[in-house]
Design a protein around this ligand. Sequence first.
Ligand SMILES: Nc1nc2c(c(=O)[nH]1)N(C=O)[C@@H](CNc1ccc(C(=O)N[C@@H](CCC(=O)O)C(=O)O)cc1)CN2
Ligand SMILES: Nc1nc2c(ncn2[C@@H]2O[C@H](COP(=O)(O)OP(=O)(O)OP(=O)(O)O)[C@@H](O)[C@H]2O)c(=O)[nH]1
Ligand SMILES: [Mg+2]
Length: 460
Amino acid sequence: MMEDTIAAIATPLGEGGIAIVRVSGREAVDIVEKVFRPVPGGKRLKDRGGYTLGLGWIVDRKGNHVDEVLVTVMRGPKSYTAEDVVEINCHGGVLAAIRCLETVLENGARLAEPGEFTKRAFLNGRLDISQAEAVIDIIRAKTEKGMSMAVKQLEGMLRKRVAELEDRLVGLNTMVEASIDFPEEVGDLDEEIARQQAQEILRELEGLLRAGERNRVYQWGVKVVIAGKPNVGKSSLLNALLRKKKAIVTDIPGTTRDIVEDYINVKGIPVNIMDTAGIRETGDLVERIGVERSEEVISEADIILAVLDAGAGISEEDERVAKMVAGRRVIVLVNKEDLEEKRVTLEEVERLFPGQTVVRGSVKEEIGLEELESAIEEAVLAGKVEAGDEDIMVNLRQEEAFRRVKTSMEGFLAGLETNTSLDCLAVDIGEALEALGEITGKTLKEDVIERIFRDYCIGK
Ligand SMILES: Nc1nc2c(c(=O)[nH]1)N(C=O)[C@@H](CNc1ccc(C(=O)N[C@@H](CCC(=O)O)C(=O)O)cc1)CN2
Ligand SMILES: Nc1nc2c(ncn2[C@@H]2O[C@H](COP(=O)(O)OP(=O)(O)OP(=O)(O)O)[C@@H](O)[C@H]2O)c(=O)[nH]1
Ligand SMILES: [Mg+2]
């Protein structure tokens, strides 16, 4: 149990219906008791049962009413942190929340660090670290899909899978240790069984790593940059995908100069989409800076949407764009297909962007947009979709640990082949178990734990 009692505002600072000041720790009830005055006939906090609400006033040292509030008591271990928690529900104004918080801090609570409530839930064993990490993923989720995967993680999806792996490893370890400790009784290690077990563990690890890599895009999203020469319809495309008139569209080449960006949801993938200045040689200083910026963001894109103008035909400027994006993941949109006179052939597009996905359409007539979104999804998931992969999330920290488990298991298998000593095999398994423990937080070092929670919001 932690020493200090911590407090923070758990809701965003701004005008709203209600704001919550959360207090957690051994003295949570005592501290709030000092500043809470129940309405006549209402119970004192000490006498309240867990998970009940009481109406009253928060009063400061001078006896002034700070705000009218509802107070919830949740007694540990039945609370978010597994400690005594008191939540003060005050009116949703910035000052109401700050004044209630100050009153609690003046009476012995300390301001909580970012993520400290969740950290306590972890340190007190209510959540493992993969579930604690899921809490922040839920808060930051940008699409339904990202949200639903984070919720599964909070429910303990990865925790369960790691526990199963751990069971298998412990089983394998028992086999090896028994042969070391009681060679007469159990005899030599049955290498065939050990090999099979290790291979099964490896297969499971590979599945988790694959699913993790694929599913991370639903959490983090991708950066898609619209590129092309002036006047092909890049800004029109941005607006069409956003379903709002965000960027200025005119028939004057060189309209866009700044990068215009926003987020769209493409089949559950959060896409940061950017419109750029049309690429061309220009004497206009402002436009030239715009073109430089385009080149910069193009170089950082995950996917480039290269737009061509079916009516204008291929020009030197298109060649320049093609060179710029050669070797990258590109989706080509041949735009303005609604025009009578078409001057762009598929052969030319194929020559310019060999092997890339081509979509023909018209932003003006809203033709080809669906196909474009599917092409984005395909490009993002290219090579990553595998039957049997599930909605499991594996973040980079967890992935790194899984890779170490994998390396140890490969070492174990190699050891079996070369008849290494049993002691060496036991070391491999020990290392695998240690790395696995980092995923749930069993064997995490203090500084890593600190780093994980530092990214959280105050009050979480
Ligand atoms: N007002 C409020 N709303 C909130 C939270 C909160 O802490 N306060 N939460 C978080 O920020 C989330 C809810 N998460 C929670 C998870 C577990 C427990 C809890 O008390 N668990 C105990 C007892 C469960 C029971 O009643 O049996 C336990 O697991 O032992 C509370 C909140 C979202 N909404
Ligand atoms: N006929 C036709 N015109 C289009 C289509 N898409 C865009 N346009 C027109 O093409 C012109 C240029 O569109 P923009 O979206 O401003 O082009 P841009 O590529 O952003 O141009 P810059 O910002 O100058 O690089 C506008 O007059 C649009 O209305 C289309 O599918 N068909
Ligand atoms: Mg534009």
